[in-house]
Structures are given as C-alpha cells and as structure tokens.
Design a protein around this ligand. Sequence first.
Ligand code: CU1
Length: 522
Amino acid sequence: MEAVHDHGHEHHPSGIMRWVTTTNHKDIGTLYLFFSLIMFFFAGSLAMGIRAELFQPGLQFMQPNTFNQLTTMHGLIMVFGAIMPAFVGFANWQVPLMIGAPDMALPRLNNWSFWLLPMAAILLVGSFFVPGGAAAGGWTMYPPLFIQGGLSGDMTIFAVHILGISSILGSINIITTIMNMRAPGMTYMKMPLFVWTWFITAFLLVAVMPVLAGAVTMLLTDRHFDTHFFNAAGGGDPVMFQHIFWFFGHPEVYIMILPAFGIVSSIIPTFARKPLFGYASMVYATASIAILSFIVWAHHMYSVGMPTAAQLYFMYATMLIAVPTGVKVFNWIATMWEGSMTFETPMLFAIAFVALFTIGGFTGIVLAVVPVDIQLQDTYYVVAHFHYVLVSGSLFAIFAGAYYWLPKWTGHMYNETLGKWHFWLSMIGFNILFFPQHFLGLAGMPRRIPDYALQFADFNMISSIGGFMFGATQLLFVIVVIKCVRGGTKATAQVWEGADTLEWTIPSPAPYHTFATPPVIK
Ligand code: CU1
C-alpha cells in the first residue's frame, strides 16, 4: 500500500518562484498585504505632495494639472491598491482558518486574482508618467473632463478593468469557500463575524464591479469612437455617468468598511474578555447596510438638478443606513461595557475606530441633508467626512487587524512599545490633519484646488502639519512589521490572554470556556 501512494517528493519552487506560483492561501494573503503596504506608501506620498502644496497660499511649486493628477492618483490607488487588497489579504489568511477549511476553494484562481494586481498597478502608476493629463479628472473620472486627453486616461481605464476582474475572481473564491468548505458544525450563524462581513462584501463586489467596468468602457468608447454616451453635444448625458458611477461607488464605500466592521468585531470581545454583544443583530445589520447601499447612490449628486421628490427619497434612504450602523456601534459599546478591558495596540486601534468612524458617520448624516449638502458639496467638509470614514475607519481597522493577527501570521509578538507609539502618533496626527478640514469646508473652501484665498491659510497649515506627522508615523508601522517578521518573542498558541487557542476556529458568539473569565449570566 505504501508504494502505491508514494509519488516521491512534491516539487516546491523556492525563492521568487514560490511567490509567483503559490496557491497557498497564507502565501497569497501575505502577497496581498505586502502589495497593499507598498501602494499605501505610494498613494500616501502623493498625499504628502498635496499637503505640501496647500501648506501656504501662493506656493505653487507644481503645475495645477500635476496637482489634480495627485488627487486623482491618491484616491484611485488608496481605494483599489491599498485598502481593498489589504482586506482581501485578511480574507485569504483568516477565512479558511476561521471556518476550518484547508485552503480557499479555488487556489489557482486565487493566485491569478493576486497577480492581476501588480499589472493593474503598473498601468495605474504608469499613467502618471505618460502625456495626457486626462487622469486629472479626479478619482470619480467624471466626463466631460475625463473624455479629453491622451494615453494616461486609457491606461487608467484599463487598470480599472483589470482591478475589477481581480476583485470579481477573488470574491467568487471567497463566496465559494464560505458556502462549501465550512467544517462540520460550522453553520452560517456560527461563523465568526469577520467571515460574515466578508461573505456579504464579496456579494457587493460581484454586483457592482461590472457596473464600474461598464461605466469606464463607455468612457473608453466615448474617447475613441465618438459614441457620445456622456457627450451632450452628441445627444448623450454626462449626468448619466454620475448615476452609473455612484451605483458602483456607494456600495464600494461599504466594500471598504464592512470587513473593517468584521475585524473590529473580532478584536473588541478579546480585549474586553466578553463575547460579542448581539451577534445575530450584527449579521442582520451588516446585511441591511449592504442592501441599503444599493438604493442611495444619488446622494453624491444632489446638485445636478434632480426633482425634489428624488432628492427627498435619496435623503431619507441615506438616513436609514444610520439605523443598522447605530446597532453596530451600540453592540461594540455593549461588548466593552463592564468588560475587564486591556489596551494593547489592536484594542487601541479598534476603540479609535469606533469613536472616529462614528464621527465620519455623523458627518455623513449631515451631508445626506439636501439643503446642507448643496452648500457643502465640493468643499473640504466632504473631504474631512470621507477621510474619517476611510482613514480612522478602514485604515485603523486594518492596523488593528494587522497587530491582532501578526503574532499568528509570523509566530512572533510585535513590539508593543513601538505599536503604541504608532497608534498614538497616528491618532493625534490624523485628527490634526483632518478635523480642521471640517472648518475649512464650512467656511467654503472648495476641494481639488491647488491654491486658496488667504482666510483659509491657518487651518490649511495646521492640516498640513498633521499630515506630515501622520505620514511620517506610518514608517513606524513598517519597522514594527519588519522586526516582527524577522524575530522577537515567540508568540504563544493563545497569543492574547482574552482568547484561547480555539479563537481561530471558534463560532461567534464564543462558548463561555473561550474566555479567561466566564461571563456572568444575570
Ligand atoms: Cu454614498
């Protein structure tokens, strides 16, 4: 019998070929996470350029067109290159472990999903260096501006196509894995919340990435074959692009936040030493947010001249999202309530997430109000709003998850002192950077301009100082990761005192024996 099964040694490529040919979900997760980190620093350095230009009025050390390209590329690369791949990296590492699967359902497709990304990144980053300037249209790629220009716009469009293919393939893999490869006994309502949030996110991606692909394909044919989809002179309608783009764009916001909810819902119970409060309501709230995200898109375009009835509809529908989101915030607070909390770096980032993401949520409700939005649209208030959602929301959750799972991924504890410095400097730098932008927006400072009137000078300088502080602080994170990968204290199987070894596959809510102190049932 032995001989029958002896196929000799399997061939395992080493060096770079290991990473090119890998089908292992952990390897691919690592690839996604490192790719995301590189893109984060590239897009972040563009933001440093933006804050340098806006440090004082009248500086103008770059061409206005270059400044516009910085905002476009900063947005596109952060969204598609940094935030989304980071969450896919978390999914690759954690989803199979959490549901007790040996790997992803489609390992070769998984490899291809990742390796499409560097190709898209080369196109996207390369579009920056070719003649054109069409990429100055902003990350939303609105016509008519985006219809003009040369090669750079085509490269951006093609990059978006490839990124979309990568996202769709990755999502099919995640859905297939979760539906088919759960360990016996792992019913849907026992899955850890991180798995649930990614399950729902994957459906959002499959639904809306083709919509974006359609929108940019129509842009492409408008650019080259005069199809006039969005050209009013040829009978087309530029507003139609905005409708199609935001039908993708609003669910995209939730694609970048639902996995963050899942990460935070994993971390808070561990460091509060209590099971997650309201597990089922968390699942239903996530699903409600996902469904509502499809029917609110035109809140991004109140000023295009929609009828009042449509404006009212989109206003009330948008406000409705605050209900399931509020359920989540209260559940996180209830989880911490009377818990025996400790404040290691993952917990600090998770708590900051709950506090600061909620500020971004509140300003979202402010902006949902039609007459308010008509005043504030295209001002820095909007910039402040979505950076509270995406930086102190998505990014802080990514940091929280990275610190939480680094010991699991590398086998070593990270340096807690450096982690805490990273957290506090990020927390302070972030708020100095973005809080004053609310005031700038309320005072009427428009977004996407390379210069501004004198009355905006003070808050811009404060914002830029916060920006440089926040940017420089992120180098600490790289040091933490490198030190952790290379060595350090061996991580125990338990890792965190609040969670036992079963933490990686336990159903959520966890059975009582998962926690150091059993919860008191009153
Ligand atoms: Cu939206």
